[in-house]
Design a protein. Structure first.
Length: 477
């Protein structure tokens, strides 16, 4: 019965609940935590718990139901308020993240410095890779962490390409002059255009040198003998002159003694004056070239401690550290380490000899001072992963330059790394395509396979050269 009354109270229009009903002042007790009634028992003495028998029971039940409804409404209000508060917190968090992002956004100067240093690091890496006979692709820069934080990998890839294009355009005359100089030097070094035989007479340079040495020795001995004879004659004349002057020397000894004393005193005074003059000149030189004490104290480097701090001793006098580095003592030795607290240093960009090769899907970089143009071309073909184009290009190039047939085993070398089965598959594909009718195949007597181009040699010459390389040349060694 009480449950039916409670449902009716919830379904009924909401009544105005006074503070008296909520606090239970009508009976002088505090409200119950569940029902809202001060006491679990109905108000009034001896009242029955059945609704309808005691008027207070229904009222109490209604009050209890109203309390439940009010609690539900209050709980609903709290729930809605919590949702609104959490939404406000998320909005505030998003606002703070946006503020932090705006604060972390680099300035134009920081962007320029980061891009400049990234370009310098990229070209340094290209030089290192070229010295190892490797081309560089842009995907490598992501792996090395060279892409600036404010740029995507595609943006940085285009930045490198455009920087090189701008450099070539701005230094077009310098690049042309350098190419002309290289061509001039290369033209002065040529290979033999005819068979070189032994000349009819080869001078014996060693025998000629021996004859010249013997002639020089004889001349020296004759000169020493003449000098000895002249010395003997001079010694005889000196002896005669000494005997004639013996008497005069005794008479003049006293005068010479006094003159000698005077000369000695004069010489002593002169030496003292010279010493004083030398010391004054030395002092002036020290004043001129040596720094003052205050300047030396301020300019002299100090010994770094383990944490990079300075000490009074100076074992590294005159040592100038590169910017962005510091000396740190590790295991009893001082080593250069990057200084994380130092301000970023702008690096110099050197891309004078960086060359770009554009492929189907990307571009490749190498340094022409560290990798030849031909090898870079071969590495480019291998990187593009087109065995047929690589095969045809190598065969035609050997026939055009040397001329000679191209050995199939040469495709196993770097940068191609093609196996025998791969070479045979490529040859089969070439025959099937019918696009390269000038490429033909021949073999030496030992079974070595060669390919040649009829644009540069006929079959007879190709077979002869193949036989010489694989058989005859080895038998003549």
């Amino acid at each position: 019965m009480a449950a039916e009354d409670a449902q009716a109270a919830v379904a009924a229009p909401e009544e105005d609940l006074s503070q008296e009903n909520l606090t239970g002042t009508s009976c002088g007790k505090g409200p119950d935590a569940v029902s809202g009634c001060p006491d679990a028992t109905p108000c009034g003495e001896g009242a029955d718990t059945e609704a309808g028998e005691t008027p207070g029971a229904g009222a109490n039940e209604a009050v209890a139901a109203s309390g439940i409804a009010g609690a539900a409404g209050t709980a609903g209000g709290v729930s809605v308020g919590a949702t609104d508060a959490s939404g406000a917190g998320e909005a505030a968090g998003e606002g703070s993240d946006a503020a932090e992002a705006r604060q972390a956004e680099p300035t134009p100067e920081e962007r320029e410095l980061a891009e400049n240093n990234a370009l310098a690091d990229v070209f340094d890496d290209v030089r290192r890779q070229s010295s190892d006979s490797q081309l560089v692709v842009p995907s490598r820069w992501v792996e090395l962490g060279l892409v600036p934080g404010h740029m995507t990998s595609d943006e940085f890839e285009m930045l490198v390409y455009e920087y090189l294009e701008d450099y070539r355009r701005d230094h077009k005359d310098e690049i042309a002059a350098e190419k002309a100089e290289r061509a001039r030097k290369a033209s002065s070094i040529r290979s033999a255009t005819r068979a070189v035989g032994v000349p009819p007479k080869i001078p014996n340079r060693r025998l000629k040198q021996i004859e010249e040495d013997e002639k020089a020795t004889a001349q020296k001995a004759a000169r020493e003998a003449s000098e000895a004879e002249a010395g003997k004659a001079v010694a005889g004349d000196d002896a005669k002159a000494a005997s004639g002057e013996a008497v005069a020397s005794d008479g003049a000894s006293a005068s010479r003694q006094s003159a000698g004393d005077a000369d000695a005193s004069v010489a002593l005074e002169s030496s003292q004056v010279a010493a004083e003059s030398t010391s004054s000149v030395r002092a002036e030189a020290m004043d001129t070239f040596a720094p003052h004490a205050s300047e030396a104290a301020s300019a002299a480097p100090v010994e770094p401690s383990k944490d990079g701090a300075a000490s009074d001793d100076d074992p590294f006098a005159g040592l100038k550290l590169p910017e962005g580095y510091k000396l740190v003592e590790l295991e009893g030795e001082y080593v250069l380490v990057p200084d994380e607290d130092a301000a970023p240093v702008k690096k110099e960009i050197h891309c004078e000899h960086i060359v770009t090769l554009v492929g189907q899907h990307s571009y490749y970089l190498y340094d022409s001072d560290l990798m030849t143009k031909n090898y870079a071309h071969w590495a480019f073909l291998a990187a593009e992963d087109n065995p047929l184009a690589t095969f045809v290009d190598c065969v035609r190039e050997d026939g055009r330059i040397y001329p000679r047939p191209f050995a199939a085993e040469d495709l196993a070398n770097p940068p191609f790394h093609m196996s025998k089965s791969k070479v045979e598959d490529t040859w089969a594909e070439l025959q099937k395509s019918g696009e390269y009718p000038d490429i033909e195949r021949c073999e030496a007597s030992n079974g070595d396979v060669y390919f040649f181009s009829t644009l540069y040699m006929d079959r007879t010459l190709a077979e002869s050269l193949a036989e010489y390389r694989s058989v005859e040349r080895l038998s003549n060694v």
